[in-house]
Design a protein. Structure first.
Length: 311
C-alpha cells in the first residue's frame, strides 16, 4: 500500500464527507493505493455516523472511535498503530489542510529519502495576534531546544516513513513534538515543505489559549525525557551536588568567621539562610535522582532500545 492517511477529528461532521471525496479524487488521479483512517476523538455530533456511511461506500476508509475525548495525541497514536501504508500522512479534518499536497509529500519520503516532512503554513488565514504571536514564540523555543529547523512544529499536515511512526509513542499533548520524538528515535532526516493553508470552511477551532501553556510544559518534559530518561541521576545528581556544594562552602565560611571573629553573628546573616536552603535543595535533588534511578532500573522498559538492523 502506498499511503495511509490519518485524520484525527472532533465534532467535524460538516467537513469530513467533503474531505473524504477530495482525498479519493487526489488518490485516483495519481493512481495511489491508499487507506484513510478516520479517528473520532469522542465526537458528540454525527461525525461517527458519517464515517460509518463513508466506510460502507468505500472500502479504503477505516474508522476508529474513542468512547470519550482523549485529545489529538491519543488519536494520532491509535492511527499510527493501525496504519499499513509505506508512507503515512496526517492531516486535520477541518478542511484547512489540502489533500492536493499528498502526492508531493509522498514523493519527498519515497524518492528524496526524508524520514519525516512537516508542513509549513507560510501564508495563513488566521493571522491574529493572539494566535500567531504565541505560536511564533513557541516554535522559536522548540527550534532552539531541539535543534530541528522547522518553522511550524504544530502543523497537522505531515508525512512519515512507516518505520518512523512505528518507532514512536505519542501521548499527552506530544503531537506538537513528533519531529522531536522522531529525532530522539534516531530519524534525523527531517524536512519541511511549504503547504497551502485554507480558510476554515466549517465550524470553529477546538483549541483554546491553554494549548500554548501546555505546549511549553510538554516541551520541557520531552527535552528532559529525551536527554535523561535512561540516566536521571546525571541531571538531578549534577544540580543537587552543585547546590549542596554552594551551601556547604557558605556554611564553612560562616563557621570560620564565627571562630575567628569575636562578635561575628552567625544566624543574623543572610548567607546563613541561603546556605541552609541550598544544602536542603541539593539533598532533595540528589534524593530525587536516586529515587528516579531506582524506578528506572525496575522498569520493564529499562533496557528497551530501538534497533534498526540485526545480522
Amino acid at each position: 500500500m502506498d499511503v495511509s492517511i490519518i485524520v484525527p477529528l472532533y465534532n467535524e461532521d460538516e467537513s469530513i464527507q467533503e474531505l473524504g471525496q477530495w482525498i479519493v479524487r487526489v488518490a485516483t488521479e495519481h493512481q495511489l493505493t491508499y487507506e484513510v483512517i478516520w479517528v473520532d476523538d469522542g465526537s458528540s455530533d454525527r461525525s461517527w455516523e458519517v464515517i460509518e456511511e463513508m466506510a460502507a461506500a468505500n472500502n479504503h476508509f477505516r474508522g476508529i472511535r474513542f468512547q470519550r475525548n482523549y485529545g489529538k495525541s491519543a488519536a494520532l497514536n491509535e492511527g499510527f498503530k493501525a496504519a499499513q501504508g509505506e508512507v503515512v500522512i496526517t492531516m486535520d479534518a477541518d478542511m484547512q489542510d489540502s489533500p492536493d499536497e499528498i502526492p508531493e509529500l509522498r514523493r519527498l519520503i519515497k524518492e528524496d529519502g526524508f524520514d519525516l516532512v512537516s508542513g509549513w503554513k507560510k501564508k495563513r488565514y488566521d493571522n491574529t495576534l493572539t494566535k500567531n504571536l504565541p505560536s511564533k514564540i513557541f516554535n522559536a523555543a522548540a527550534r532552539r531546544s531541539s535543534g530541528i529547523k522547522l518553522h511550524d512544529f504544530n502543523c497537522g499536515l505531515k508525512a512519515y516513513r512507516k518505520r518512523v511512526i512505528k518507532s514512536i509513542e505519542v501521548y499527552g499533548e506530544m503531537h506538537r513534538y513528533i519531529p522531536v520524538l522522531a529525532k530522539w528515535a534516531g530519524f534525523s532526516k527531517i524536512g519541511e515543505k511549504v503547504v497551502e493553508h485554507r480558510a476554515r470552511k466549517y465550524g470553529v477551532t477546538k483549541f483554546g489559549w491553554e494549548r500554548f501553556v501546555n505546549g511549553f510544559l510538554d516541551l520541557a518534559t520531552i527535552t528532559f525525557i529525551s536527554k535523561f530518561s535512561k540516566r536521571p541521576m546525571h541531571f538531578f545528581g549534577l544540580y543537587g551536588t552543585l547546590c549542596f556544594l554552594i551551601g556547604f562552602c557558605m556554611t564553612l565560611y560562616l563557621i570560620i568567621g564565627k571562630l575567628t571573629i569575636a562578635d561575628f553573628a552567625l544566624t543574623n546573616r543572610p548567607p546563613f539562610y541561603v546556605a541552609l536552603i541550598a544544602m536542603v535543595i541539593g539533598m532533595q535533588l540528589f534524593l530525587a535522582g536516586f529515587i528516579a534511578e531506582l524506578i528506572g532500573r525496575n522498569s520493564a522498559e529499562r533496557n528497551t532500545y530501538l534497533i534498526e538492523k540485526r545480522l
